[in-house]
Design a protein around this ligand. Structure first.
Ligand SMILES: *[C@@H]1O[C@H](CO)[C@@H](O)[C@H](O)[C@H]1NC(C)=O
Ligand SMILES: *[C@@H]1O[C@H](CO)[C@@H](O)[C@H](O)[C@H]1NC(C)=O
Ligand SMILES: *[C@@H]1O[C@H](CO)[C@@H](O)[C@H](O)[C@H]1NC(C)=O
Ligand SMILES: *[C@@H]1O[C@H](CO)[C@@H](O)[C@H](O)[C@H]1NC(C)=O
Ligand SMILES: *[C@@H]1O[C@H](CO)[C@@H](O)[C@H](O)[C@H]1NC(C)=O
Ligand SMILES: *[C@@H]1O[C@H](CO)[C@@H](O)[C@H](O)[C@H]1NC(C)=O
Ligand SMILES: *[C@@H]1O[C@H](CO)[C@@H](O)[C@H](O)[C@H]1NC(C)=O
Ligand SMILES: *[C@@H]1O[C@H](CO)[C@@H](O)[C@H](O)[C@H]1NC(C)=O
Ligand SMILES: *[C@@H]1O[C@H](CO)[C@@H](O)[C@H](O)[C@H]1NC(C)=O
Ligand SMILES: *[C@@H]1O[C@H](CO)[C@@H](O)[C@H](O)[C@H]1NC(C)=O
Ligand SMILES: *[C@@H]1O[C@H](CO)[C@@H](O)[C@H](O)[C@H]1NC(C)=O
Ligand SMILES: *[C@@H]1O[C@H](CO)[C@@H](O)[C@H](O)[C@H]1NC(C)=O
Length: 647
């Protein structure tokens, strides 16, 4: 929206609210701001709420209403930003626009106690263009498809790199030596996990003191679980605690057991158990890890109103402490997930006025990672200035680039202003600078981020990331790693879009999406390690390990048993040369098998969820319907087109 258009909107409102004359220029705006410095907040709130309400009863389309609401909100955000949360919460609850709980989580002011995002909403309004791409995008993604998904702008980053040389158009040949790299993801520590609490809850997070089943129970012996111990890992050993009498509370359907449950995030003891199984495996098999990668999410999925600043910081500190304790000298390269921020999902650009709300996190991570010896001083300095992102060169000469995907997250309010600009956060600049530098030295690179680009991020950054990957594949970008979905997955990038283009000739690159340690929701806890070619850093194999969580319900409090699940090279019975890495062509063959047979699809689903009791039957249910689309789409637009969704 132009300044003039904005003033017109502001005029309308100022006439309505203040009865003041038409504003004709910037000076008048300043005058209005000054004149109404002490205007009664109560009457402003009432007037704005009325205005929003009358919009709801007008005959404008949902989309027009949403966009106009943003414009009204924008005027207010420039006049009295601190009133925006009040106005929108009141309008939302009084009109029943969403449930009261959601209204409060979305629009109320954030405090240290709760992760409400109204303050960030107001920040966004003050910067966004409601009548352009910003407004359409917001009203599609943040307001349940009130507007149709707008066309993704045709912008490119190609001015940011030199032309590709022929020698960088083929991947280097692997040597015959490998080393090992550990990949862990999505711990999601549930700090208030309580043995005996409701594990079969009706809403939000189970296994907490506030978890409830909406149907009252009158039968406490309907299952055979018996592992209700107050156990823990002390320095180097497991110590089984005392039995807790969970059956005192007859209203609980399924009392939470010691090591976790399928509808709960990970109790700390499960995190310790996973790390302990890694250390044990390493020791027993004399397999050492050169380094580990962690692809994000430390904090649990509890309700927004129960997610506090304190709990966020504590979760981050405790999980990293436990990792350090068990992995000892193995360097860990981490990225932050959408849960690893406060308020949930938010992150503001440097240099646009709101970055200081988030700098605590980059400071904390930079300090912690440097203290633990995972990053050197200059790298941690880098993390401080790049939203916790950094670049590090390993002893063997591989560059690892860590990105913060919240920059592109569809729930992050700050990603919605100037959304047709490719790089308001400057993170693409950082990524491309690093890639150009590596390419000039024939150095190979691994890229780490939390959220894969085919869903949950905004369409433009998703498309641009694909453009970057295509430009720097297959030579410079050796591998890409994500977490976030909690499923063991991969994703393939093809050189052109469309279903017909998904051919072996068009394969460009692929990414590794790691399974999670948290069982939430309906998965077995799991981790993996890679055998990596010494010379090219291509991945030769991935070995996946898991524990059958349900076995810990009935084993009288014994430790979980972690076992080998499958290896990526052998797991799909694909014909593939022993000396070739598991590159995008390999994964294309796996995806084609999944597309062509329900048995292969079932195999993938079993692995994705680690043979949990909740794996759908691909032959009988629709639970596997979108699997092929997911695996063969690298961008949001490709995925949407593939599943035939129009919004
Ligand atoms: C409803 O829409 C019609 C035309 O589409 C317009 O003439 C009329 O003024 C509108 N009514 C209101 C209350 O906005
Ligand atoms: C939601 O909040 C509004 C306004 O405070 C109140 O009138 C309404 O009763 C609440 N609805 C529910 C279901 O609690
Ligand atoms: C971008 O280009 C494509 C192909 O030329 C076209 O179909 C699409 O409409 C364009 N998008 C926009 C937003 O202009
Ligand atoms: C790799 O090395 C092993 C022994 O170290 C040898 O048995 C094998 O044949 C070699 N493979 C290739 C492809 O060179
Ligand atoms: C029993 O469990 C319910 C949740 O199902 C909880 O609200 C209640 O406080 C518990 N009672 C006691 C005495 O712990
Ligand atoms: C629970 O069972 C007892 C005895 O069978 C019965 O009197 C009581 O009404 C039941 N309570 C509920 C909530 O169903
Ligand atoms: C579990 O044990 C710890 C220390 O051993 C103790 O502080 C805590 O109160 C115990 N919790 C329960 C529920 O028994
Ligand atoms: C987990 O391990 C850490 C580090 O060894 C230890 O301090 C903590 O008490 C353990 N917690 C549990 C619940 O096992
Ligand atoms: C979970 O609770 C529902 C009622 O909300 C009940 O129908 C179901 O049987 C319960 N499942 C278990 C395993 O207790
Ligand atoms: C693996 O593939 C081979 C050759 O395609 C086939 O003969 C064999 O039956 C397959 N094995 C399994 C377990 O699917
Ligand atoms: C993957 O490796 C195979 C065998 O080395 C090679 O033919 C193919 O071109 C590679 N694929 C990509 C996308 O680099
Ligand atoms: C755990 O779940 C798996 C998968 O459904 C099942 O095969 C196994 O029997 C279960 N184990 C127990 C102890 O219930």
């Amino acid at each position: 929206m132009s300044f003039r258009a904005f003033l017109l909107a502001l005029n309308l409102l100022s006439a309505l609210v203040f009865g003041s004359p038409v504003i004709s220029g910037k000076d008048d705006l300043v005058e209005i701001l000054n004149a109404h410095e002490n205007f009664n907040d109560g009457s402003i709130v009432a007037a704005f709420v009325d205005e929003l309400k009358s919009l709801s009863s007008s005959n404008k389309t949902k989309c027009e209403q949403c966009v106009t609401r943003l414009a009204i909100g924008k005027s207010l955000s420039l006049l009295k930003p601190n009133l925006v949360p009040k106005v929108f919460t009141k309008w939302c609850t009084e009109t029943g626009y969403m449930s009261n709980k959601t209204c409060i989580a979305t629009f109320s002011r954030n405090t240290v106690e709760s992760s409400n995002t109204g303050t960030n909403f107001a920040d966004m309004l003050s910067l966004m263009d409601p009548f352009g791409y910003d407004g359409q995008l917001y009203c599609n993604y943040k307001e349940s498809g009130a507007c149709p998904k707008p066309l993704t702008p045709n912008v490119s980053l190609s001015h940011m790199w030199p032309e590709k040389q022929p020698k960088h158009s083929i991947a280097p040949e692997p040597s015959n030596e490998t080393f090992n790299v550990l990949h862990v993801s999505d711990f999601h520590i549930e700090l208030d996990y309580t043995v005996g609490a409701e594990a079969n809850c009706s809403a939000s997070m189970c296994c907490t003191p506030h978890s409830k089943n909406s149907v009252s129970n009158n039968n406490t012996d309907q299952h055979k679980w018996n592992s209700y111990y107050n156990s823990s890992y002390t320095d180097d050993s497991f110590s089984k605690g005392s039995l807790i009498d969970v059956f005192q509370n007859s209203s609980v359907w399924a009392p939470a057991t010691t090591f976790g449950n399928y509808k709960c995030d990970a109790p700390e003891i499960l995190i310790n158990s996973s790390l302990d199984s890694i250390a044990q495996f390493s020791k027993d098999n004399d397999i050492n890890f050169d380094f580990a990668i962690f692809t994000g999410d430390l904090v649990d999925h509890d309700e927004i109103s129960l997610t506090s600043y304190e709990m966020t910081v504590q979760s981050e500190e405790i999980v990293f402490r436990d990792i350090k304790k068990k992995l000892a000298d193995v360097p860990v390269y981490s990225v932050m997930g959408n849960h690893d921020t406060f308020p949930y999902g938010e992150l503001a650009q440097e240099n646009h006025g709101f970055a200081n709300l988030f700098s605590w996190n980059a400071e904390l991570m930079a300090d912690l990672w440097e203290d633990y010896g995972w990053l050197g001083p200059s790298e941690s300095q880098y993390a401080r200035k790049h939203y916790t992102g950094f670049s590090v060169v390993t002893k063997k000469g591989l560059k690892v680039i860590a990105l913060n995907s919240n920059v592109w997250y569809k729930k992050n309010h700050y990603a919605y202003w100037n959304a047709s600009e490719p790089d308001t956060f400057g993170q693409f600049q950082f990524l491309i600078d690093e890639l150009v530098e590596s390419e000039s030295k024939d150095q190979r690179v691994w890229i780490l981020a939390h959220i894969p680009f085919s869903s949950d991020v905004l369409p433009l950054p998703s498309k641009l990331f694909a453009e970057v990957v295509q430009r720097f594949s297959p030579y410079t970008v050796a591998n890409i790693f994500f977490g976030h979905t909690h499923l063991d997955q991969f994703e393939i990038l093809y050189s052109t879009s469309g279903e017909d283009a998904k051919t072996i000739e068009n394969v460009v690159a692929s990414s590794w999406i790691s399974q999670a340690v948290t069982p939430w929701v309906n998965n077995n806890p799991s981790w993996r390690y890679y055998t990596v070619d010494e010379k090219t850093f291509s991945i030769m194999n991935a070995y996946n390990f898991y524990t059958k969580l349900n076995e810990t319900f009935t084993n009288d409090g014994a430790e979980p048993v972690w076992e080998f699940e499958y290896s990526s090279r052998e797991g799909y019975n694909i014909t593939w040369p022993e000396t070739s890495p598991l590159n995008a062509t390999y994964w294309h063959k796996v995806a084609s098998a999944i597309n062509n047979s329900v048995e292969a699809n079932q195999l993938y689903r079993n692995y994705a969820m680690r043979f949990s009791p909740y794996v759908p039957d691909c032959a009988k249910s629709t639970g596997c319907a979108d699997d092929y689309c997911y695996l063969t789409s690298f961008t949001v637009d490709e995925y949407d087109a593939c599943v035939g969704s129009s919004s």
